[in-house]
Design a protein around this ligand. Structure first.
Ligand code: C2E
Ligand code: MG
Ligand code: MG
Length: 648
């Protein structure tokens, strides 16, 4: 368009100049007063000059035009060359290339694209790149990608896509938006390479550096790295952990007598048995030779480490059948808890090592804590669990019953069943000494089931023999309550014993309820629907929220005995007792005071309006036969009665 405009302007200019030349030169010649001959000569000269000038002008213009044409054809040749080169690169490159239009429809792919994805060009042209999606990335990932493309015009990163075969693979992806002359996005070009081989070798390298090739367990290096992390976290006060060093006893003999191949098989099999005992947050490593390490990142109490050590030792109890041999192997375990006054992570391992030495010198096939006191404590606990298991099997548990009285007239109302252990050597063991151990070791489920059934049967027996009791109360351990199957168990026991649900009361501690208040509320509602009574035990010690308490479907609050102990003189205890009684009544609940030992306490509580009382003043926990015969029903507040003595 510019050239055309220039050409017409030039022509006009030329015509104007030529016209002026003709007019002015003729006028000039006429005004000179020349002779005809002179005039004619000058006229011819003027004509010749005109031709000369026009010719020169024409020559100049044609030369310029020719130059331009030569330059343009040279430029055209060069861009054709570069197009040819680009096409060759596009075809030959190892990277997959995919071009879409602005609407993200594929308009071009190269052979490498087909090689990597398995799709031919015909299969994908006109379709959207989303057909390659693996489903591994969420929408937030793609949103980020598109935002970067809009904002910066390009994006690069790792993408997991799916080949036509269905295989999911990682690729490194660069996408660019291509703008047209008006600045609008016209195309997107994506260039990608398959990095699965790279990833594989990365993994292999990591495997070699961090895992033991024989057992496929983490090696010492990975173990130390994880321990360092766990130690840091523990020191920042977020957790407590334990390291267990496990050394196989007499492994050398197996290597020497049966050869290294059998030894290797055994190490692998031991690793598998150990691994089967562990939770997700633990790291089991083979530290070298016949030594394994176990890192337990969450180990809030020594008992858990004890339990873990026992499980590991127990897992070796049955023989290994390897290469036609039946092999037995034991182990010794050293335990170090951290952070526990430990300065650096190396010390955790050193302590575990000393503990391991101690375990070995204690006669192998056992475990030891770095701290001697803990080892002794753990040993006693282990013995106790074993003995308790025997107690359950050997019928050594007993139920005693403690009366609950009306405070205003002293009438016997019901009894609370309290378990005891008739130990062959130690005599009658109180529940405080074995219930926590039973909870830790899981034996509590069996104990609670036994108590529930025995108490219900006893109540039916009392009713049959005319003992006037309104209910029997049974304590429910937080463990059993937390499992949430209590309603089914209660339904079964009621059906089996034939006890009226209204004659059974379940006591759940305030802390068990507050562990998970929502779940507790739902469980209590299920129990209430069965028709049994519900009481919150040890009330005042568990930080109940009032709002929560209001919604709990319970009938009774049992004021914890620690608040009764100081009555009537201790001002704090008096204030708390008064508040709990008022609170209970305002929520429509009955209040029982526990641990009443003195007549003044009973009288004081009665005056505060407390409904019921329980404690040595009214009667100690006694065997079932003594309940039927005791003159308990005649008791009055302030009138202690002759007591059958419970020896604990
Ligand atoms: P608890 O349910 O609060 O039981 C009341 C405890 O206070 C009983 O202790 C009882 O003997 C004691 N006690 C009653 N009156 C007095 C008193 O006047 N003065 C003093 N100092 N103590 C008094 P016990 O039998 O040793 O039971 C302790 C805890 O063990 C119970 O507290 C209960 O939480 C638990 N427990 C007892 N039996 C069972 C059971 O069968 N299953 C479960 N899961 N826990 C039980
Ligand atoms: Mg109780
Ligand atoms: Mg209590």
């Amino acid at each position: 368009m510019n050239t055309r405009f220039g050409a017409s302007r030039l022509t006009l200019l030329y015509m104007l100049a030529a016209g002026l030349w003709v007019l002015l030169s003729d006028g000039l010649l006429a005004s000179l007063g020349l002779t005809l001959a002179q005039f004619e000569r000058l006229q011819s000269l003027k004509g010749l000059l005109f031709v000369l000038l026009s010719g020169a002008l024409l020559y100049g213009l044609l030369r310029a035009q020719q130059h331009r044409l030569t330059r343009t054809s040279r430029d055209l040749g060069a861009s054709e060359d570069s197009l040819r080169q680009a096409a060759a690169v596009f075809e030959a490159t190892q990277e997959g290339v995919l071009v879409t239009d602005a609407e993200q429809r594929i308009v071009h792919v190269n052979p490498a694209f087909s090689r990597i994805t398995g799709y031919s060009a015909e299969e994908v042209l006109g379709r959207e790149p989303s057909l390659l999606k693996s489903g591994r990335h969420d929408t937030a990932f793609y949103r980020g990608l598109w935002e970067a493309l809009q904002r910066h015009g390009s994006w690069s990163g790792e993408v997991w896509n799916r080949r036509k075969s269905g295989e999911i693979y990682p690729q490194w992806h660069c996408i660019r938006a291509i703008h047209d002359a008006q600045g609008r996005i016209g195309h997107y070009v994506a260039v990608f390479s398959d990095i699965s081989a790279l990833k594989r070798s990365e993994r292999e390298l990591d495997q070699l550096a961090h895992y033991d090739p024989l057992s496929a367990l983490p090696n010492r290096r990975l173990f130390s790295e994880r321990l360092a992390h766990a130690f840091d976290r523990a020191r920042r006060g977020q957790s407590q952990g334990a390291v267990l060093l496990i050394d196989l006893d007499h492994f050398k003999h197996i290597n020497e007598s049966l050869g290294h191949n059998v030894g290797d098989l055994l190490l692998r099999a031991v690793g598998e048995r150990f691994a089967a005992q562990l939770g997700d947050d633990m790291t089991l490593a083979r530290l070298g030779g016949d030594e394994f390490g176990l890192l337990c990142e969450r180990c809030p109490a020594p008992d858990q480490a004890t339990g873990l050590a026992q499980r590991l030792l127990h897992s070796l109890a049955s023989p290994f059948l390897l290469a036609g041999h039946e092999l037995y192997i034991g182990a010794s375990i050293g335990i170090s808890l951290f952070p526990e006054a430990i300065d650096d992570v190396e010390q955790v391992l050193r302590n575990a090592d000393s503990a391991l030495f101690k375990a070995k010198s204690n006669g192998r096939e056992g475990f030891a804590f770095y701290d001697q006191g803990l080892t002794e404590y753990a040993r006693q606990r282990v013995e106790l669990v074993g003995a308790l298991r025997q107690a359950l099997d050997g019928d050594q548990l007993r139920l005693h019953y403690q009366p609950l009285h009306e405070l205003h007239d002293g009438r016997l109302l019901g009894v609370e069943a309290l378990v005891r252990w008739q130990h062959p050597q130690r005599g009658l063991v109180p529940p405080a000494e074995f219930i926590p151990i039973a909870e830790d070791s899981g034996l509590i489920g069996a104990i609670d089931a036994w108590v529930l059934e025995r108490a219900c049967r006893q109540m039916v027996a009392w009713q049959a023999s005319g003992v006037a009791l309104r209910f029997v109360a049974v304590n429910v351990s937080s463990r059993l309550f937390g499992r949430g199957e209590l309603d089914r168990q209660v339904t079964r026991v009621l059906a089996e014993t034939g006890l009226d649900p209204a004659c059974l009361e379940l006591e759940v501690t305030e802390s068990a309820v507050m562990e998970d208040p929502d779940a507790a509320q739902e469980r209590l509602e299920r129990l209430r629907r069965l028709g049994v009574g519900l009481a919150i035990d040890d009330f005042g010690t568990g930080y109940s929220s009032l709002a929560r308490l209001k919604r709990l479907p319970v009938h009774k609050l049992k004021l914890d005995q620690s608040f009764v102990r100081g009555l009537p003189h201790d001002g704090d205890d008096a204030a708390i007792s008064r508040a709990v009684i008022a609170l209970g009544h305002s929520l429509g609940l009955q209040v029982v005071a526990e641990g009443i030992e003195q007549p003044e306490q009973a009288e004081f509580l009665r005056r505060l309006g407390c409904d019921y009382g329980q404690g040595y003043h009214f009667g100690r926990p006694v065997a079932a036969e003594q309940i039927g015969s005791a003159p308990a029903a005649r008791a009055r507040p302030g009138e202690p009665q002759p007591q059958p003595q419970e020896v604990l």
